[in-house]
Design a protein around this ligand. Structure first.
Ligand SMILES: [Ca+2]
Ligand SMILES: [Ca+2]
Ligand SMILES: [Ca+2]
Ligand SMILES: [Ca+2]
Length: 325
């Protein structure tokens, strides 16, 4: 897909994201929503802007003049085209939307990085992490809460070593991200399952039975009757969680529960945009002789300018009279 095509078809894009019901205590790791805005293009394009830019960046765009918006958006589209061949592939688009979707992960790592990298060498060693997090306890172990801290430290060390791919007991930024957000990394999924099972498996037999499962999300507190949602959870356990019907959840069953293979919104959106652009055939640049893709015009792209239609990504478009954020 060419860049002008992308910009035009973004204007026609509809992101179909269904909101999930919130549960009392959710152990399940879902991908974050692409936006928390209501998606109704008839009102405004806030939803699409969030999905494409991330909420913070989209907010920034609201403050810009039309000229500034055009320039910024042009630069962003250039960035999506990572191999700089003038075409945006489905893969490039998906990677971009995913990055916006996961921005909170990278932001949280950035926030914590300075705090832990004591000697500022660009790495976080296990010693640095341990000293910052448990230094006070290690200096003066309090026998009353000591057990808890020790347990937490042992658990952190195990997870740190798992994230530390090359085993040098020092985390690069990538390894530290895997440590702080293990659910985002395939190679960390086993330890996410292990930690969750340890939390819930009160009798320590290595399985989660029905009472342990319910006990993790609901405490009776003397209530005679269980609320309706707890009854539903009991049914869920029997019908869906305990797949082999032996009355308890093993590792695999727990993994299917807490790390479901969610519908991939980023992939769906990327595929949708590519599909739309094939339908529209608007703004296609003729291929160069020999079939080589034509290099698109440098930013700001004409397609980003005001008046290019009710573009979802046209940050210069006149909005309907709804209150601005
Ligand atoms: Ca360091
Ligand atoms: Ca390492
Ligand atoms: Ca158990
Ligand atoms: Ca089972």
């Amino acid at each position: 897909m060419t860049i002008p095509q992308l910009l035009l078809c973004l204007s026609l894009s509809m992101l179909c994201i269904s909101s999930k019901p919130t549960e009392k205590k959710d152990r399940v790791h879902h991908d974050p929503q692409l936006s928390d805005k209501v998606h109704d293009d008839a009102q405004n394009f806030d939803y699409d802007h969030d999905a494409f830019l991330g909420a913070d960046e989209a907010k920034t765009f609201d403050q810009l003049t039309p000229e500034e918006s055009k320039e910024r958006l042009g630069m962003i589209v250039d960035k999506i085209d990572t191999d700089k061949d003038g075409f945006v592939t489905e893969g490039e688009l998906k990677a971009w939307i995913k990055k916006a979707q996961k921005k909170y992960v990278y932001d949280s790592v950035e926030r914590q990085w300075q705090e832990f990298d004591m000697n500022q060498d660009g790495f976080i060693s296990w010693d640095e992490y341990r000293n910052v997090t448990y230094g006070t306890y290690l200096d003066d172990p309090d026998p009353d809460d000591g057990f808890n801290y020790k347990q937490m430290m042992v658990r952190d060390e195990r997870r740190f070593k798992m994230a530390d791919k090359d085993g040098d007991l020092t985390a690069t930024k990538e390894e530290f991200t895997a440590f702080l957000h293990p659910e985002e990394y395939d190679y960390m999924k086993d330890i996410v399952v292990q930690e969750t099972m340890e939390d819930i498996d009160k009798n320590g037999d290595g399985y989660i039975d029905l009472e342990e499962y319910i006990g993790d999300m609901y405490s009776h507190d003397g209530d005679a009757d269980e609320p309706e949602w707890v009854k539903t959870e009991r049914e869920q356990f029997v019908e869906f969680r305990d797949k082999n019907r032996d009355g308890k959840m093993d590792k695999e069953e727990t993994k299917d529960w807490i790390l479901p293979s969610d519908y991939d919104h980023a992939e769906a959106e990327a595929r949708h945009l590519v599909y739309e652009s094939d339908q529209n055939k608007v703004g296609t640049a003729p291929p160069l002789p020999g079939g080589a893709p034509a290099r698109m015009s440098p930013s700001p792209h004409p397609a980003v300018s005001a008046g290019a239609g009710p573009a979802a990504l046209d940050f210069t478009a006149q909005r309907p009279s709804f209150p601005q954020r």
